[in-house]
Every structure is written in structure tokens, then in C-alpha cells.
Design a protein around this ligand. Structure first.
Ligand code: GTP
Ligand code: MG
Length: 369
């Protein structure tokens, strides 16, 4: 079962329920003997108490979904996924717009000015995928996820402002995910900009740039004037060559939701970054607690695409509900399987909510006593 009462868990382990409650209390959860805990918590508790856990039944539905690894002979080179991070207003979106506009051939389909969170460009025959992130403090989760699903982080630091709280936070996420960082010192066109101050401040974050004798690549740029954008792209390609990025394009697709919203006319729309396999129209996919059948896939110019191979971001139409940014995406064999997984996950979400509710009731009662 995916959820279990404390009594039942204790019974199965042949332990005393009071000991389970004590352990949970140590982890800050005030629960009573008939309260329900989720499978993950139960597993942790059981392991803490020296038991080996083997999941059965429905839990396996989820377990099986992402666990298939590709063998080396099926791997082929794929473009780098580059995530732009940095403090609020340091020019992340401007930089992405500038790069994109410099790559758009005149006369190409409109929609250039429209904001998009993810797109792919081609530089000297080499594709690069870019993903934008917000710099506002409230989006820490997005930055953490961004760092995990990317190959390279471009850390944008405004030369007139320097290293700020979310600059530091982004560095921490990139380091935790072990992702190489390229520094883009932006706004160098501005009066009072001081790129060297940025480099000095980065020393305190243990990022020693090349000009300071270290090995962190830094490029002075201006999103406004377009200065050094080519150099930045060159550095990205150089860095990605070192990484030798690969994926198997010849399998059912897996990926991650970059952003998603409910569109009045088109229904749920999710920007999906394909990480493995190739996504095609007609595919049935699961994303978090939602599923859908790919009705259409659109690229950054709003053009329909018939195939999305690894590292390709596409807008996917055809979801039944709106998934959430950060949700893992996987193509499954049929609709029945999709429904089974989604029902399981939605039930888990409901149960988690009720666990939280009963947990807080417990602690409230404690407080009253
Ligand atoms: P958030 O997404 O809110 O974190 O901001 P952001 O990092 O995406 O910054 P955005 O691109 O929205 O730019 C913020 C402001 O800085 C805008 O007014 C831009 O016009 C300005 N700006 C961005 N890059 C440059 C630059 O290179 N030079 C100058 N002078 N201004 C810039
Ligand atoms: Mg922005």
C-alpha cells in the first residue's frame, strides 16, 4: 500500500507503535497511532528501526517508470542544455532575447518579441538549448530544479550591481548539482559598471575567473548593445564539447516540464524539455499527476514539429490537465497505463494532504495540553 497507519506499520515490523511515534516526533511530526503516513516516510522509519524494505503492489507502478538506463552503444551526441541564472534584474531574459534575435534570420516567422522560457538556436551548425529562470527570491525551487536538469549554468551578474543574494544562491545550486558555471558579466555598456569588482566578489564565492588565474570562464557582455554575445556562445560550445553530452534518441521519450499553463484557447500547454528518446505527436505521456496524448508540438517560432529529440524544448498540446514546472515527463505504452499512474499519483497527493492535516491536528492538540 502507498500509505499505512502507524499501528499497521508497527505491527508489520513487530515493533511497538509508541516507538514509531517517538521516531516521527524526533523528525518533527506529531502523529497518533491511527494516523496515516506515506510510503516514503514509512520506509524511512522502517529503515531507521533496522528493517529492510521491499515495496510491493502499486508502488512499483512508479518505480518502474524512470529506471530504465540506456546502454552506451545506443548513445548519440546531443546539444547542451544551458540554464540562465542570476539575481533579479541582472539581465537574464534580455540576454536570452539578444542571443535569439541575433540568430533569427530576417523575414522569418513572427513571434520574435514574445517571451519564451526555453528555445534552441544553431551556432556554426551546433545546436544550443537555452532555458530562462526568474531571479526573484521566491523562485528558489525553480533554480534548484533548473540546476539539476541542465548541463551548463550561465550565471548573469550585472556589472553595475555585483554579486547579490540570488547570485550566491544560484552558485550554490550549480555547485550542488555539479554543473559547470560560465560567468556572464552583463550591462558593461552602463555607466559605472565595474567588471573587475564582480570578479573580486566572485572570489568570496570560490569562483576564480580565468583573468584572476582560475579556471572559471567569464565573458563581459551587454544584452543591450549585443557586445560579446558571439564570444559567450563560443565559450558555451567549448564547454559543452568537454562534457561529451549524449543521449539515446531511439526510445520512448523522457523529459521535464519547464513551464506549464492553462491557455484559454488551446487548453493546458506545457513546455517540455526532452532528455531521452524522441517525442512525437500521438505519444501518450505522463507528467507528474497529469497525462495527455500529444496533439501537437510547437517550437520557439510557433511552428509545428514532428519530432523532438534529446535536448529539444517544445510546447506540448494535448494534456488533460496542467502539469507543474519541474514534473518529470515519460511516454507510456497506452492510455490505460497513463490513467493508472496518474490515478495513483493523485491519490498520493490527496493522502499526503490528509496526512499533513492530521499531523497538524496532532500538534495543535499537543499545544493545547
Ligand atoms: P528577472 O527575470 O526579473 O530576474 O530579471 P532578468 O534578469 O531577466 O532581467 P531583465 O532581462 O528583465 O532586465 C532587467 C533590466 O535591465 C531591464 O530594464 C533591461 O532593459 C536592463 N538590461 C538588461 N541587460 C542590460 C544591458 O546589457 N545593459 C543595460 N544598460 N541594461 C540592461
Ligand atoms: Mg527574466
Amino acid at each position: 500500500p502507498e500509505a499505512i497507519t502507524i499501528q499497521e506499520l508497527a505491527n508489520r515490523m513487530a515493533e511497538r507503535a509508541v516507538d514509531v511515534i517517538k521516531l516521527l516526533m524526533k523528525q518533527g511530526q506529531m502523529l497518533k497511532i491511527n494516523d496515516v503516513i506515506d510510503a516514503d516516510t514509512a520506509e524511512l522509519i522502517a529503515e531507521e528501526m533496522g528493517h529492510t524494505v521491499k515495496r510491493v503492489s502499486e508502488a512499483d507502478v512508479e518505480e518502474g517508470l524512470f529506471s530504465i538506463e540506456d546502454t552506451t552503444e545506443h548513445l548519440k551526441p546531443r546539444p547542451p542544455v544551458v540554464t540562465i541564472m542570476g539575481h533579479v534584474d541582472h539581465g537574464k531574459t534580455s540576454l536570452l532575447d539578444a542571443i535569439r534575435n541575433s540568430k533569427v534570420v530576417t523575414g522569418e516567422a513572427g513571434g520574435i518579441t514574445q517571451h519564451i522560457g526555453a528555445y534552441q538556436i544553431e551556432q556554426d551548425g551546433q545546436k544550443i538549448t537555452f532555458i530562462d529562470t526568474p531571479g526573484h527570491a521566491a523562485f528558489s525551487q525553480m533554480r534548484a530544479r533548473g540546476a539539476k536538469s541542465t548541463d551548463i549554468v550561465i550565471l548573469v551578474v550585472a556589472a553595475d550591481d555585483g554579486v547579490m543574494p540570488q547570485t550566491k544562491e544560484a552558485i550554490a545550486h550549480a555547485k550542488a548539482a555539479d554543473v559547470p558555471i560560465i560567468i556572464a558579466i552583463n550591462k558593461i555598456d552602463k555607466e559605472g559598471s565595474d567588471p573587475n569588482r564582480v570578479r573580486t566578489e566572485l572570489l568570496s564565492e570560490e569562483l576564480v575567473t580565468e583573468s584572476m588565474g582560475g579556471d572559471v570562464i567569464d565573458v563581459e557582455v551587454s544584452a543591450k548593445s549585443g557586445q560579446n554575445l558571439d564570444k559567450l556562445l563560443e565559450m558555451i560550445i567549448l564547454q559543452s564539447e568537454v562534457l561529451e553530452l549524449q543521449a539515446n534518441p531511439d526510445r520512448t521519450a523522457e523529459g521535464i516540464v519547464i513551464e506549464a499553463q492553462l491557455d484559454r484557447g488551446r487548453g493546458p500547454v506545457a513546455t517540455v524539455l526532452v532528455q531521452k528518446g524522441t517525442l512525437k505527436p500521438g505519444d501518450i505521456l505522463v507528467a507528474g499527476a497529469e497525462w495527455g496524448r500529444v496533439r501537437a508540438m510547437l517550437d520557439e517560432d510557433g511552428k509545428q514539429v514532428k519530432e523532438a529529440p534529446p535536448s529539444k524544448p517544445v510546447e506540448v498540446l494535448g494534456f488533460q490537465g496542467t502539469p507543474e514546472a519541474g514534473d518529470m515527463v515519460a511516454v507510456v505504452e497506452n492510455e490505460a497505463r497513463a490513467r493508472e499512474i496518474v490515478e495513483y499519483r493523485q491519490r498520493q497527493i490527496r493522502e499526503k494532504a490528509s496526512v499533513v492535516a492530521s499531523g497538524s491536528r496532532g500538534s495543535l492538540e499537543q499545544m493545547m495540553n
